[in-house]
Ligand binder design. Sequence first.
Ligand code: 5MM
Length: 341
Amino acid sequence: MTERLEDIAVAMVASGKGILAADESSGTIKKRFDSINVTSTEDTRRDYREMLFRADDAMKNHISGVILYDETLRQKAKDGTPLVDIMRNAGSIPGIKVDMGAKPLAGFEGETITEGLDGLRERLTEYYALGARFAKWRAVISISSALPTYGAIKQNAQALARYAALCQEAGIVPIVEPEILMDGVPGDHSIDRNYEVTDAVLKSVFNELYDARVKLEGMILKPNMVIDGKNARKASVAEIAEKTVRCLKANVPSAVPGIAFLSGGQSDVEATANLNAMNAGFDMPWNLTFSYGRALQAAALKAWSGKAENVAAGQKAFAHRARMNGLAAEGKWSEALENAG
Ligand code: 5MM
């Protein structure tokens, strides 16, 4: 029996759980491995991801789903078990990144358009057969005093909406990710400039989703938090939480079951503290959780450093971050718990 989109979406944002973004494309995972002096090969990528997916406690209790890259969805663990089965056995839903990356947008200097719509219907059918029940598409929005332009916002929102409609047709829940870069160039924008841009982008995205007849009950939004640029960090946790929740309430219909943030270059603890402040301080119509890549993986990657003897240490670091973010998703995190290890 085909599962209902609404039920999958609700499971993805179940209380105390969130999503692990492990969908680094080959170029991005190479960068991550370079930072720990590990060569990126099919085997090292498998070893690293197998370590995460076999962290049973984290996967069972705090990770509702994992966003995978095409290679990982098809990959087997060292003992021959499909990686997808390992996560399914832990009760975690496999997901797949289906965009083909952000490319320069013709006629719009400094802005990008995410590609991957051609042939997407066929790819989604295959991904469904391989076990994926949700997908992700990331639009990248540059921010400065002059950017983004109306044209770039609109074209990215349209692509997100076309992607989302195709996913739902295939029985796959779309994660709709419009990311306003926090760590882009120049990165000196204020939190209020970020509010203005996030507000405009979300308005455009929900208009396009409506026009494309996307069922809001069967999707998840993955936005950035409303935060100042990486070279202008001044805003407090309380200010980030208040402005982010205000912006989301102004734009995201309550029919959307859940919102799962990206971390966008925030430090591990910042990303946790900000999510916690929103859940602890505000009543909201949707479940608010995490879909972190770097903020869930950085400590585990470092602890592992490519060595088999460090797998337990890598899993421990991952389990701690997953637990801290699980608590933040319920507004129950504290610095004391963070430091208790
Ligand atoms: C894991 O990184 C994803 C993108 O990878 P590519 O740039 O290689 O396509 C990215 O979409 C990620 O899922 C989200 O941005 C969330 O990750 P962060 O690190 O921002 O939490």
